[in-house]
Every structure is written in structure tokens, then in C-alpha cells.
Design a protein around this ligand. Structure first.
Ligand code: UDP
Length: 309
């Protein structure tokens, strides 16, 4: 029986498909290429255990699967804000379709949720029992509220239909295979530094994030899927917090770039501080990130060097 990865041609999805194939699973990668792309999974095509399906999840569908990783959703702020209604549909209509598929197949489903469910958090670091501080009508709400209703739907299916759901709250993740024009901070800064363009720090750069390397994130997702009786939500992310300005300085130094660091207006509702409490992940699945920021950035810079030059 197969494992379905929705959003399998995306940044995290493509690494996940690869890891599952390497551990002997039969993988169906589903994507509509809204933000994902075939180039991310090109190297997997031809593997007899890999099947690629081009599909939009907002219409119902059928498939025989035993496990589902539901990753399909634009995740970068400029991408998810481009068509807010579509982002909401992905987290409601598509979420219901994927949960229905899980129900029919009696499949286990892992929902890729996000630190954005905490909004601009008033509790620091963020623990899973914190309910968050989300602006329901702001520019980020299509994603924040979308991911919150998706969690709510997952729990409703668990309660009403006994679906084996699990919710992973993914914090900022970076690494090779991010798009050059993804729009998120790590890829923006590296690409700008490599091209000698201004590094665009939004606001005064004092806002913080905690960046998790892709291989750690994918390992965490697999451990959560394998764990028995763990519905979550469980935070997955790095606990090493850095300001956006310090990240800009670090990337400028690591790339040996002559770029200038230039300030731009801070986007509305941009969270001020973000760092996960990962005690639950440590205790329940024995997971914590192993790759530190410098090592992860080195690999990511190498990847973008090939893309940019
Ligand atoms: N950011 C920035 N310059 C950029 C892109 C992002 O200063 O070119 C900031 C953004 O305002 C935020 C942080 O970097 O405070 C992380 O942004 P990102 O879009 O990567 O993800 P978020 O964590 O906000 O969803």
C-alpha cells in the first residue's frame, strides 16, 4: 500500500518523497504545480516505486493509500497572499477532500500545520497549548486562519469518524530546492547576496525567527507519522533564534558578498518573535534538530550558487 504526499513537488514535499522512497516506500506524489515544480522531483521520475499525479485537491478524488502526508498549500507569505481565496480553499475544500480520502481508506494522515497558527505570539517560546494571537482579517489571515481551520477539521474527523490524524506545526524551514523567487527570507537573502543586490531587511530587522534545516524537518515528519497514537499538535522547528538583521549579516559574510543591507517597510502583522518549544517532540518522538544554522546555510548557499550563477 502506498504513501500519498500532497504537495509532493514542493520544497518540503520533494525531500519527503525522496526520503520515503529511500526507506522502501511506494510513493504517490500529488501536485498541481501552483508553487511546486517538476524540476524538484525530476530525479525521482523513473523510480518504479514513484508515481506522479497532477491534480488540484479542491475537487474530490479517489486513490488507494495507507498513509497521507498533506503538505499541499502555498507557504511563502507573498505566494499565499497572491490569491488569498485559493489559499483558504486549499485549507478548507481541499482539506475536507483529503480527510475524506483518509476516512475511506482508513489511512493515517499527517497534516502539515504551521507556526503561523500562533499568529504574532504573546507567549514565548511557543508551546502547543498556546492558542495564538491571530488577526482574522489581516493579510496573513488566509494562511493563518486557513491552517487553524485545517487543524480544526482534522480533529473533527478524528472525533466523528475516528480518522487517525496527526498535526505537525512546522516552523521556518530552509534548504536546497527552495525557489529562487520563493520570497521567504533565507532564499531572498542568499540570492540577493550572490547577485550583489541589496539585501532587503524588512523593518528594523529586530524580529526573530528560528530556522530549521530541511533534513531535520523531514526526519521529524516521518517520526511523527510512525509514532503510535500521537495526534498532536506537535511543534517541529529549531530552537536557535536569530534576528532577521543578524541573519542578513551572517549570509553577507558567508557568501563574501558586497551587497548592501537595505531597510524596507515591515509588512503588516509580521510576527515579532518566533521560537518553538519542542519539548513535546523530544519526549514523544525523540526528535530535535541536528544541523546547526551555519552548516545548513553552507549547503543552501552551495545550492543557490548553482541556480544563480
Ligand atoms: N523578511 C525580510 N526580508 C525579506 C523577506 C522576509 O526581512 O526579503 C523578514 C520578514 O519580514 C519576516 C522574516 O523575514 O520578519 C521571515 O519572513 P519569511 O517570509 O521567511 O517567513 P515568515 O516567518 O514571516 O512566514
Amino acid at each position: 500500500m502506498r504513501v500519498l504526499v500532497t504537495g509532493g513537488a514542493g520544497f518540503i514535499g520533494s525531500h519527503l518523497c525522496e526520503k520515503l522512497l529511500n526507506s522502501g516506500e511506494s510513493v504517490v506524489c500529488l501536485d498541481n504545480y501552483y508553487t511546486g515544480s517538476r524540476t524538484k522531483i525530476e530525479h525521482l521520475i523513473g523510480n518504479k516505486n514513484f508515481r506522479l499525479l497532477e491534480k488540484d485537491l479542491t475537487s474530490p478524488f479517489d486513490l488507494r493509500v495507507k498513509r497521507i502526508f498533506n503538505l499541499a498549500c502555498p507557504a511563502s507569505p507573498p505566494q499565499y497572499q497572491k490569491d488569498a481565496i485559493y489559499t483558504i480553499k486549499t485549507n478548507t475544500l481541499a482539506m475536507i477532500n483529503v480527510l475524506e480520502l483518509a476516512r475511506k481508506n482508513r489511512a493515517r494522515i499527517l497534516q502539515a500545520s504551521t507556526s503561523e497558527v500562533y499568529g504574532n505570539p504573546l507567549v514565548h517560546p511557543q508551546t502547543e497549548d498556546y492558542w495564538g494571537n491571530v488577526n482574522p482579517i489581516g493579510p496573513r489571515s488566509c494562511y493563518d486562519e486557513g491552517k487553524r481551520i485545517a487543524e480544526s477539521l482534522a480533529y473533527a474527523y478524528r472525533l466523528q469518524h475516528g480518522v487517525d490524524v496527526r498535526i505537525a506545526r512546522i516552523f521556518n524551514t530552509y534548504g536546497p530546492r527552495m525557489d529562487v523567487d520563493d520570497g521567504r527570507v533565507v532564499s531572498n537573502f542568499i540570492v540577493q547576496a550572490l547577485k550583489g543586490e541589496d539585501i532587503t531587511v524588512f523593518g528594523d530587522g529586530s524580529q526573530t525567527r528560528s530556522f530549521c534545516y530541511i533534513s531535520d524537518m523531514v526526519a521529524g515528519l516521518c517520526l511523527m507519522m510512525d509514532a503510535e497514537g500521537l495526534a498532536g499538535p506537535v511543534n517541529l522547528g529549531s530552537t536557535s533564534e536569530i534576528t532577521v538583521l543578524d541573519l542578513a549579516i551572517k549570509i553577507k559574510r558567508m557568501t563574501g558578498s558586497s551587497s548592501r543591507i537595505k531597510r524596507h517597510p515591515l509588512p503588516e502583522d509580521d510576527p515579532t518573535r518566533r521560537r518553538p518549544d519542542i519539548d513535546l517532540a523530544k519526549r514523544k518522538i525523540g526528535w530535535w534538530p541536528k544541523v546547526d544554522l551555519d552548516a545548513g546555510l553552507r549547503e543552501t548557499i552551495k545550492y543557490f550558487e548553482k541556480r544563480v550563477r
